[in-house]
Design a binder for this molecule. Structure first.
Ligand code: ZN
Length: 130
């Protein structure tokens, strides 16, 4: 059975692999798309220029491969803080003055949040929803 940490790791591996395959230069928003060198010749996508579409290019450029890789690295650090040896996240039980530990049957909110963006992909379990 796949744990939530294994699921997150596999998705981050995929994100990293995809971003690494296309990282060359920073992407920029141009008049008619997103370019990886600021020219129309090397547009990574074409976007019709209109009032409805102008934020699309800006959004795509803002989430270029270097940002995707930085995002993966940050999420890996967060994941490591929650899965390393000696770490256990404490949960407060509402109404009681006791503490309990999150575990695989009840993953901590940080792991649930890391997995949530991948909820539409195979392998995600509904019981992980934040
Ligand atoms: Zn945790």
């Amino acid at each position: 059975m796949t744990t939530i940490a294994e699921f997150i790791t596999a998705r981050l591996d995929e994100d990293e692999q995809i971003a690494s395959a296309v990282i060359e230069r920073a992407w920029t928003d141009t008049d008619d798309g997103v370019s990886n060198d600021g020219t129309r010749t090397n547009n990574v996508c074409w976007i019709p220029d209109s009032a409805q579409t102008w934020p699309i290019g800006e959004h795509i450029a803002r989430h270029d491969p270097s940002r995707a890789l930085a995002d993966v690295a940050a999420k890996r650090r967060t994941l490591a803080r929650h899965t390393g040896e000696g770490h256990q996240c404490v949960k407060e039980i509402v109404g009681y003055s006791v503490q309990a530990w999150y575990d695989e049957d009840d993953p901590c909110p940080d792991l649930r949040d890391l997995a949530a963006p991948y909820a539409e992909l195979p392998g995600y379990k509904d019981e992980w929803r934040p």
